[in-house]
Design a protein around this ligand. Sequence first.
Ligand SMILES: C[S@@+](CC[C@H](N)C(=O)[O-])C[C@H]1O[C@@H](n2cnc3c(N)ncnc32)[C@H](O)[C@@H]1O
Length: 327
Amino acid sequence: MVNCGQVKEMPGEMQKQARVAPVFRLNERAVVYHGDCIDMLKGMPDRSMQLIVTSPPYNIGKAYEKKTKLADYIALQARVIKECERVLADSGSICWQVGNFVESGAIIPLDAVLYPLFADLNLVMRNRIVWHFEHGLHCSNRFSGRYETISWFTRKTKEYVFNLDPVRVPQKYPGKKYFKGPKTGQYSCNPLGKNPGDLWVVPNVKNNHVEKTEHPCQYPVELIERLVLSMTNEGDWVFDPFVGAGTSVIAAVLHNRRGAGAETEGEYAELAKSRIVEAMNGTLRTRPMSKPVHNPAEKGRKPAAAPRFGAESGVVAQTTLFRQVAR
Ligand SMILES: C[S@@+](CC[C@H](N)C(=O)[O-])C[C@H]1O[C@@H](n2cnc3c(N)ncnc32)[C@H](O)[C@@H]1O
């Protein structure tokens, strides 16, 4: 498959340069455009991006967005998605990471609402990845939201890039072998690890996360690293139309890919640039992909007893729940 106009080599000299360009050019290594993504996209060649990954505004009234009618939001997303499809490489992928739009207490899953926009452009959904995390608002009139999704689309082709080996995870029973039959002694599982599946448990970026900045809704670098490693090769372009604090570009440059993104807010564009430079220089602290998720039960930590929950109250105390989890 041909990626039109794509410069793939990453010359040694260029790898050393920690420079973030303000305007898109194919021979750059990293670009942060301060402005509207539609304007940036106009300057990008057809079929040049191997991975387009983003978390767009959810239209929930965050500081950087103006809450609009759902129909207007969808129309705006449609314009961006159409331009993204134009710049998508033949073997490329689009990953759209979203949560819910909430109106008068009713939740509307944005992946379901946006799906037709991708399908209308003849894109094929390869996975709907559920990203599960533990931290967030505690709801009192519905269950607290603890997942968002990543909708992964490619063109209608079997030739899309999908590298499973770099993102395999440890087997449940590593080193398991056949104990009878013609394959006795051979591995019954892939010794490189297993397919991570489509449910990803990755901590979200809250106050005590090592990657936390002043941006109100960063996604974690490790979430995007898995997409970069599986859907691109070295030297390929990764593009994020709503780049925020620069996470997608960081995940790209950490793995010797090129990264570009647009950001309307000057403060976040500057933040993205400085984090990307740190990533290029090897000084940015990120949570490693291989780090296990914190499990207090496994670590033998004891939660503080909740005094108001006595046996007589009929309410299950936290300590009881904790013992159940640990069993
Ligand atoms: C959900 S945040 C993305 C956060 C990002 N994934 C990260 O990890 O930092 C969406 C970002 O898109 C920016 N934005 C909103 N509309 C935009 C537009 N039309 N073009 C470019 N950026 C935009 C917002 O300012 C915000 O920083």
